[in-house]
Design a protein around this ligand. Structure first.
Ligand code: TYM
Length: 419
């Protein structure tokens, strides 16, 4: 999702039908709420109802027993994004754990659509989580840079899209991935051969009506868009990567991303058995919200709506103090009396993503909710947490050289990918 904007009307999709077809189940009439890879619009209140989304998309909820099982199977604490319900939805993740316990292998697949120079903190969420999954399960990770997608949707030139893909690859590498287990590829450079054969097989299984139903294209959209979904589907199948997997390696893929990407993988899972492939499994997160609140807009056109990995300590301080929507009361007296509304408070939501210490988070929630802690104090703690993350990211990114990007993007075997 390029912009998290729950009231966002995309420039490139003039009118999106307010329905979506779940290819694994029934069709659903939708009232209000729309979540596609290009548009996230909340319900009447402006918020995303994630429970409804699970029902509508036909996903499964990540429950406590699944989180406990991950910790048991991997022998390490489950990541905060799992423990705190940020990755709240899945498809067949339990089956991936079953096969992992039987000693079978799987691989991770995720991606980025390179449409801007700088990533915002929401974009980092799936990459941080994939880094944890890669370390915990000791599996390879394949990262698709859909420079072709952004060239079409954002009307960028091929050259500019390719340049942004390499720039974004640096930010991704800065998340700490292991080059001996990670393959990053740009569609413009990699698509062809076995990957293309899979795209064609996938394309043959999806009718025009189905693609309209899932993605909301209409007659005004150019055919480049309509024919794109197989490109994002193909990495779900190991045969798209003959330099990594042999023909008999019918491994499952596990895709961790935000739930906006689900339409691509509903389509992929529907097609998989028809072309002799295994369905990809998914772990899907909610959205890291805009500074202005969960009904606000996090977009590249409004730099004050989000924290970017390029922001200075001063920018972060300013943005949090001036723009982070507070659930605190309008006067100190009222705040002491009624406490903060944690349901709408952005500093608390951001700390829920990025403050690792469970006990400290609980302490802040209790004290702030009871009015003993003030918004300014919570914001101060958030500024410290975000500044540390962004500064660490910036120095890690500064250390990423062009040679390192070439190494991650080279089409090569990964001999230690399962160790
Ligand atoms: P893109 O570039 O829009 O987003 C990159 C990844 O970031 C996730 N994301 C967010 N996660 C949490 N909070 C947010 N506010 C937020 N905004 C974006 C997205 O879900 C995504 O995981 N078409 C894709 C690129 C792609 C891909 C994939 C993504 C290709 N193959 C496989 C996931 C899995 C895109 O444009 O992502």
């Amino acid at each position: 999702m390029e912009e998290l904007n729950q009231n966002y009307q995309p420039k490139t999709l003039p009118s999106i039908p307010t329905f979506s077809a779940d290819m694994e189940g029934k069709s659903h009439e939708e009232e209000g709420q729309i979540v596609t890879p290009w548009q996230v619009t909340g319900d009447k209140s402006g918020k995303i109802d994630y429970d409804k989304l699970i029902d509508k998309f036909g996903c499964q909820r990540v429950d406590q027993s699944l989180v406990d099982r991950v910790a048991r199977v991997t022998g390490r604490p489950a990541h905060v994004f799992l423990r705190r319900g940020i990755f709240f939805s899945h498809r067949d993740f339990d089956e991936v754990l079953d096969l992992y316990e039987r000693g079978e292998k799987f691989y991770l697949y995720t991606g980025r659509g390179p449409s801007s120079e700088a990533l915002h903190l929401g974009h980092l969420v799936p990459f941080m989580f994939n880094k944890y999954l890669q370390d915990a399960f000791k599996v390879p990770l394949l990262i698709q840079l859909t420079d072709d997608e952004k060239c079409m949707w954002k009307n960028l030139s091929v050259e500019e899209s390719k340049r942004l893909a390499r720039e974004n690859a640096k930010d991704i590498i800065a998340c700490g991935f292991d080059v001996s287990k990670t393959f990053i590829f740009s569609d413009f450079d990699y698509v062809g051969g076995s990957f293309y054969k899979n795209m064609v097989k996938i394309g043959k299984c999806v009718t025009y009506n189905k693609v309209l139903g899932i993605f909301g294209f209409n007659g005004e959209d150019h055919i480049g868009k309509v024919s794109f979904p197989p490109v994002q589907a193909a990495p779900s199948f190991p045969s798209s990567f003959p330099h990594l997997f042999s023909a008999k390696d019918n491994f499952r893929s596990l895709i961790a991303c935000a739930i906006d990407q689900d339409p691509y993988f509903r389509m992929t899972r529907d097609v998989a058995p028809r072309i002799g492939c295994r369905k990809p499994a998914l772990l899907e997160s909610s959205f890291f919200p805009a500074l202005q609140g969960e009904t606000g807009k996090m977009s590249a056109s409004d730099p004050n709506s989000a924290i970017y990995v390029t922001d200075s300590a001063k920018d972060i301080k300013n943005k949090v103090n001036r723009y982070a929507f507070s659930g605190g009361q309008d006067s100190i007296e009222n705040h002491r009396k009624f406490g903060a509304n944690l349901e709408v408070d952005i500093p608390i939501k951001y700390l829920g993503f990025f403050l690792d210490d469970d006990a400290e988070l609980e302490h802040i929630r209790t004290e702030y909710g009871a009015g003993r802690m003030l918004t300014g104090e919570v914001k101060q703690r958030l500024i410290e947490v975000l500044t540390e993350i962004v500064e660490n990211h910036r120095s890690a990114r500064a250390a990423v050289t062009d040679e390192m990007v070439d190494a991650f993007m080279a089409v090569r075997p990964l001999p230690n990918m399962f160790s």
